[in-house]
Structure formats: structure tokens, C-alpha cells
Design a protein around this ligand. Sequence first.
Ligand SMILES: [Zn+2]
Ligand SMILES: [Zn+2]
Ligand SMILES: [Zn+2]
Ligand SMILES: [Zn+2]
Length: 380
Amino acid sequence: MSSMEERMELGVAAGPSSSGLGVGPVGGAMDAGPGSAGLAGIQEESAVRRDGAGSEPDPDAPPKKRVRLQEGEAGKLEERLYSVLCCTVCLDLPKASVYQCTNGHLMCAGCFIHLLADARLKEEQATCPNCRCEISKSLCCRNLAVEKAVSELPSECSYCLKQFPRSSLEHHQTEECQDRVTQCKYKRIGCPWQGPFHELSAHEVECSHPSKTGMELMGILDEMDQSLRRELQLYNGIFSLLCFEKIGFTEVQFRPYRTDDFITRLYYETPRFTVLNQTWVLKARVNDSERNPNLSCKRTLSFQLILKSKVNSALECSFLLLKGPYDDVKIKPVIQHHVFSNDANETEYALLPINDSVECNKLLAAKNINLRLFIFQIQK
Ligand SMILES: [Zn+2]
Ligand SMILES: [Zn+2]
Ligand SMILES: [Zn+2]
Ligand SMILES: [Zn+2]
């Protein structure tokens, strides 16, 4: 790997992670705060991230291909505002920064970066998909009024399903919602109870854990120690991977497709992307391609990593999927391992380590699944 690329990949990986919106330049671009550093330095990473390798037609290529479900045209003010404030490319409400072309067409940060990256790949000047005027980091600016207006639009609490302004939803969900998931205060001595906040005090009154004997508690504490030890091992494992010489990461976007079987099945695939100078693809399937996943309420996603480039010698890698800067997925860090070669270029399917079926359904309901993939090359 050239030192330039290495700096790009490693430098990005080393970025501060305090923003909550993700590390690295892409995260920086998504920062909703005023005066964020902007988009400097993102293009290379984005170009890699969106790399379609030119071999397959990108399903998103004409940016206006996706059509939003009709929302009542004469509906409520909020509904009409949705269509006014949405990104003119993906037609979604922007989650973070909003950019505009010189004629005022709005683009969410993700789409804006996508357009610039595509243009770089095609060696063309990027243009606004609406009016074809030139767009670039210096020609376009943020539109703070739209960002603020979007944050005032109602959004649904995922526990009680009531509507709140986007800007206060997080506070409601973590502090106020009567239906938010809480844990018994005796969790520290092993009570596994979990339930909605409005049932918490009734449970705590009846909880049997405070009256357990020392002997019983010793057993419970031992088990808890063990799980802490496993967690510590995992984090130590990740920290030692971070010391490797060759580390690459990229944002990956799983897009839904259907098989062309008689009974079609949903599966996911990312566009080809480049990490550590190799071309890769990720695939994912629902309930391990069970025949009718819609009939079961247990939902899982499993994924595999496929090396698309030919290699001269075996490529031993550890890899890790984490939440990306664009989506809020609750995913646990699990390190996978595989020795890639031309004969063994696919990993087995492994469970995507998300919390539960609810989390899985959230991903299935979303248009795409955006994650961040780290690959650590193990050198002997
Ligand atoms: Zn967009
Ligand atoms: Zn325009
Ligand atoms: Zn709520
Ligand atoms: Zn309890």
C-alpha cells in the first residue's frame, strides 16, 4: 500500500469519536452543529466507499430512481413540509446537514457526498440532479434554516408511538417516555428483569433479588464476572487489532434485492467497495434464507464478506462491522476472522450482532442498512 493511501485509511480511522455522529471526515461532514469543519478530505474515502467498480450498474445510479410513497398531498402541514424540506435526491428528510446548489435545491449530506464521489469516479464535474448547475464543496453551502426546520418536524417515539419534534425525541426516548425499556435497580445483583418504565416500580417492590442470601448472590456475581471478563477480552482484542499496520475501513450500504426464485426472497448486497487495495462485497440474508421469514417473529440478519479481487497469496484478515455515521443501529462489536484466497474468497454467513428482532425489523424497515466495516490485515 502506498504511504498516501495508508495515511488516508489510518488517519481517518484515528479520528476522534466523541461527536456521536461517527469518526473521521465523513462523520465530520454529517455533523449537524453549525460551523462544522465541512467536507475537506472526504472525497477519496467517499469515492472508495461508493465504488461500483464500473462493472455492475449501480442501482442508485440515476439519483431520482427511488420514489417516495404518496403522502396525502392535501394532508397536514407537517406532511406538506416533508415534501418541501426533503432531500431532492433521496426524497428523505435529512437527518443531519443539508446542502444546497446555487439555485437552492436541497441535498442531504449523504447524497451530496455521493454525487461528488460519483463525479470523481467518472471524472466529470458534479451537477445538481435538478437543475444541472455545477456543484462542489465550494459552490454549495449548508442551509441551516432547513436543518432547523427539519429538527422541528414531528417524529415518532419508537416506544409509545406518539409524535415529538425531532429535536426533542432523543430526550423523550431516554428520559421521559413511560414505555421506554428499563431495567430493575437490582440488576447489579443479577435481576434480569427488563420492561417498560411504567411497570418498573411495581416490579422493584416485588423483586426477589434483595432478599437472596449471600451464598446465592455469590453464584450470580461469579456469572456476571465471567461475562465481564469475556467483554474485556473482546475489547483487548479490538485494541490489539488497532495496532496493526494495515487497517482499512469504509462505510458500507446494504441494499435490498429479491432473488428470482418462484417465491422470491429478500437479500441484501452492498455495491463493490475497496479496502486495503482489494475489492470486496458484503451480502446479507434474513433468517438464514428461511422459506417464509414473515411467518416467524424471530428475525435475524446474517452476513458474509466476499473478496472480489484475485490475490497472489492468502490474505488473512480480521474484520468488524460497526454502526456507521449515517444510521443509528445498535450493533455489538464482534471480531470475525478469515483467510481469504482465490479458492476461499467468501466467509461463512455469520450472525449480524444486533440486539434482537426489534432491532432487526428496524433495519428491514429502513431503505438501506448503513454500517461501517473495518478490515485488519494480519501479517505474518
Ligand atoms: Zn438525500
Ligand atoms: Zn439545483
Ligand atoms: Zn415515547
Ligand atoms: Zn428485579
